[in-house]
Design a binder for this molecule. Structure first.
Ligand SMILES: [Zn+2]
Ligand SMILES: [Zn+2]
Ligand SMILES: [Zn+2]
Length: 164
């Protein structure tokens, strides 16, 4: 995984003094560590046991790409809402004055599309596997189109969400 993994178990829960569990990555790319005495109960949507959760900063990853505006390296970042973007490594944010400094280049990372060898049950065209920027996967018809200008979908509307 990454260098955070090597730190697992070395930290102590400030609530109950047990060791913290493994670093866990949410579907939206955020990282957290739960107390080893606590576990998420998907049925009741609550934490059983110790409720301590430590959110980890997702360190920006420097990319092997150059900013088209100023030539500095780009870094990849994840917003609070799980959207991925690339931004210029010279960009700064001053929380005191709420002003952005440095280069303002931002590129939103869209999902990726993969050709599948499967036929659409609706129209028999080929399906494609689409992975959203947040990591969700869906199969959709390769004839499906999206017109960003008019915000309308065209082509075949077959969609199958995959469980991850
Ligand atoms: Zn605890
Ligand atoms: Zn730049
Ligand atoms: Zn179709």
């Amino acid at each position: 995984m990454d260098n955070k993994t090597s730190e697992k178990g070395s930290e102590i829960c400030p609530k109950c003094g047990s060791s913290l569990g493994e670093v866990f990555e949410t579907k939206s790319g955020k990282k957290l560590q739960r107390c080893s005495k606590g576990s998420w109960n998907p049925e009741t949507h609550t934490i059983d046991g110790c409720t301590y959760v430590k959110w980890l900063e997702v360190e920006p990853v420097t990319l092997d790409e150059k900013c088209p505006k100023c030539g500095a390296p780009l870094i990849s970042a994840v917003t609070r809402f799980g959207k991925k973007m690339k931004k210029c490594s010279t960009a700064t944010w001053d929380p005191a004055t709420k002003t952005a400094g440095g280069c303002d280049y931002i590129e939103w990372v869209k999902g990726t599309t993969e050709q599948l060898d499967e036929d659409c049950p609706k129209c028999q065209a080929k399906l494609v596997l689409f992975t959203t920027a947040a990591g969700k996967k869906l199969k959709k018809c390769s004839t499906a189109t999206w017109d960003a200008a008019t915000k309308t979908a065209g082509g075949c509307d077959y969609v199958e969400w995959l469980r991850s």
